[in-house]
Design a protein around this ligand. Structure first.
Ligand code: NAP
Length: 230
């Protein structure tokens, strides 16, 4: 079996476990110091993956922001920012979205086998469309990324994507930031949906670090032996 990348899940959530609000407006859960920490983590990764709903809803650029970090990467012969990766079934993605138009970095779109032709005609000029199988399984996505030289993958949500990585036991580390407020609306997206998680009351995850960053707290969980706990 090909090696899969070291995979780090990164997420900010409210005290009551929501990733955003029920309204179409993006909800900022973190603070400037934590955004900078996330930027530093991004700079250490070879690829960043988000679900198509996050591309549609948040229109993220997914670039390393700090000039010094971009320069440090280019001095190592890397692109200034990691490869951008998304997964989609419906392929309702706007080729003008910031995901596709920003950064001199490769963009990969994984979709089900029968949709590859359609996806290439819609997104071919702005991304590399990859056959993700039928259905698309995250394990196959990870293995394909490994074959493309991705050794360290950062998954930045949303909840449907996090749920699959966790339930398929593909996550080595979880960096969970808790924002100091409640959303209180069950129509809003949650950190994870229902699933059979490998960590449960009978098998507790290892808490590797707790760090206060201004008014938020970072909880770092080691989910595999590959994650360093010191
Ligand atoms: N707080 C945070 O850290 C954070 C981070 C990221 C996102 N968010 C928020 O999270 C929300 C989005 O989360 P979400 O759970 O609704 O969606 P999501 O995980 O971002 O994306 C789900 C979509 O990804 C595609 N997808 C996922 N798994 C797939 C598979 N196995 N095969 C094919 N396609 C697959 C599908 O796209 P198609 O519909 O195109 O088929 C699916 O609808 C947004 O509100 C966003 O603001 C918050």
């Amino acid at each position: 079996m090909p090696d899969r990348p070291y995979t780090l899940l990164s997420c900010g959530m409210s005290i009551d476990g929501y990733l955003g609000s029920a309204s179409p407006r993006r909800l900022e859960l973190s603070n400037d110091a934590d955004f900078d920490r996330v930027d530093a983590v991004r700079a250490t990764c070879d690829a960043i993956l988000v679900g198509a709903a996050t591309v549609r809803r948040d229109n993220p650029r997914l670039l390393v922001r700090a000039q010094a970090r971009r320069e440090e990467r280019t001095s190592r012969g890397l692109a200034p920012s990691p490869i951008k990766v998304t997964v989609t079934e419906r392929i309702e993605l706007d080729p003008c979205a910031d995901f596709f138009t920003t950064g001199e970095t490769e963009k990969l779109v994984y979709c089900p086998s029968p949709r590859v032709g359609d996806a290439r005609s819609r997104l071919g000029p702005v991304a590399t469309v990859v056959d993700g199988g039928q259905p698309v399984e995250m394990r196959r996505v990870c293995e394909d990324l490994g074959d493309r030289g991705v050794a360290r993958l950062m998954v930045e949500g949303g909840g449907k994507v996090h749920t699959q990585f966790l339930c398929d036991n593909l996550a080595d580390e979880l960096q969970l930031v808790v924002a100091p407020f409640f959303v209180g609306d069950s129509r809003a997206p949650r950190f994870v949906s229902d699933g059979r998680f490998p960590w449960n009351p009978g098998r507790r995850a290892t808490l590797a670090e707790v760090r206060q960053i201004g008014d938020v707290v970072l909880l770092r969980y080691a989910l595999s032996r590959r994650c360093q706990t010191d």
